[in-house]
Write a protein that binds this ligand. Sequence first.
Ligand code: KG4
Ligand code: ZN
Length: 355
Amino acid sequence: YHSLRILGIETSCDDTAAAVVDSQRTILSQACRNQLKYHQPWGGIVPSIAKNHHYENLVPVVAEVMKDIEWNTIDAIATSVKPGLVISLWQGINFTRQLLQKYTHLSFIPIHHMEAHALTVRLTHDVPFPYMVLLASGGHCILGIVEDVDKFYRLGETKDIAPGEAFDKSAREMKLHEHPLVQDMAGGAAIGYLAREGDEKRYQLITSRYSAKMKDCSFSFGGMLSQIRRVIGKESIYYGSSSTDEQKLKDFAACIQASIVRHIETRVHRAILFCDTIQKSQWKQRLVLAGGVASNLYLRQRINDLCSHYGIELVCPPVEFCTDNGVMIAWNGIERYRRNLNVFERMPEIVVPEG
Ligand code: KG4
Ligand code: ZN
């Protein structure tokens, strides 16, 4: 067959991203505009703001990735259709629809954002199926098995909030968005950065009661976040507080990071053991870390230690492909197109259910 080229479009959250990737695993172009700074004053992603920015950014972002590429060399457009903020997703879907009307030779491939996160590693590394995957981001925490491009098993997921949200809300509470050193970083990255020089032992590690109580592979970060908030309130641990110096911020950042990572570690450990219990040891030959939180270096190190102990190969996509990007969407498009999985001649009438 000839080499495929696919344009990927991603608008599920606060990044407007696009990329062109080919079946030789070459990234021909990529672009991304993040809107974080517009949402920050509100303390979270505001749907109407996200919608407007996606609307404004889609044209320039796609123009940028197509700058040196002829439209007639592209085979299909792959676009995130779920999960995510529905009105944000619709911006990407509507824009894709317009492109499909203009360039009628193009096929359309709807992409599941989380599946794309789980498969990105196959663009950058030679990872055969099956493998275990931990997807940890701002909106999700899923531990699963990838058995094929369209075959996923869920071992566990978060029962309340995702680890990225726990990081982000903690960072917010610590007023790190006002801290000149880290104010441009996402919450988790800011805490990870400060934690490098922090002493986690200065504060008692906040443990998840869920870990001890539930004998499954699910997660819960809600209780932990409440405890973190309580300590921040009680000890006034925030940037600008008269009783908080830089070291105190660093130490508490280290404590938050260690607490969140410890919980993830215990659940991954449980999943590793579970694979043997159900006689699916082939599932645990490799573990892939993906999603924004997987760019946390401390998490990578801890999971790496765990994997070494069990002789499991740990594979992490490069950090820039761990957070939301267009490349992962385009790559998922390639994997689907060559297997003819959900490739449409034109856009189906309804892609995202309303509501
Ligand atoms: O995958 P992602 O870009 O977007 C989705 O949520 O889908 O993940 C973003 C999340 C944010 O919560 C951010 O705080 C977190 O990933 N994050 C990190 C780090 N970098 C980004 N969390 C911990 N350590 C990091 N270095
Ligand atoms: Zn994501």
